[in-house]
Design a protein. Structure first.
Length: 149
């Protein structure tokens, strides 16, 4: 039972564009990760994003490579949303990718792994992806990639 947590790619500044779409660097980061995942044979059932422009664009790129276009928006993935409430909706999903923001994604990973959202266990760089998997009743980090590898 694997899930994938992705941080959106680098976005343009709010001064340049208030919607904060992906920058060219951000698009490149996510394309690199999507290509890498596809080459490793990763396939997900659905990509779920926060609805913010940069997360939606990142989700579209991932979806094209590893999901056959199955993409949706969900409340609860914004930077300061409640990880426990979000997890209640999705804790029994498998092979789903969540695309969101900091600090939510790092807190979410920590919560899944330890039951606590504070004391962040890992840092997810822009465009980075973490694969969490479950063995019996325990979650663990299967792998973690960032575009600067």
């Amino acid at each position: 039972m694997a899930i994938y947590l992705a941080r959106h790619g680098e976005a343009v500044s709010a001064e340049k564009n208030s919607e904060r779409p992906l920058s060219s660097e951000g698009r490149s980061e996510v394309e690199k990760m999507a290509f890498l995942m596809a080459n490793f044979g990763v396939k997900v059932e659905k990509v779920i994003h926060s609805g913010k422009k940069r997360a939606e664009e990142s989700a579209e790129i991932f979806s094209e490579k590893i999901c056959d276009g199955k993409i949706s928006k969900s409340k609860g993935l914004d930077p300061n949303d409640d990880v426990k409430e979000f997890w209640k909706k999705y804790e029994n999903t498998d092979r789903v990718m969540y695309v969101g923001h900091l600090p939510f994604m790092e807190k979410f990973a920590s919560f899944i792994l330890t039951g606590e959202e504070y004391g962040v266990l890992l840092k997810i760089k822009t465009g980075g992806v973490v694969c969490l998997d479950r063995s019996e009743d325990r979650w663990f980090i299967r792998w973690m990639f960032s575009p600067d590898l």
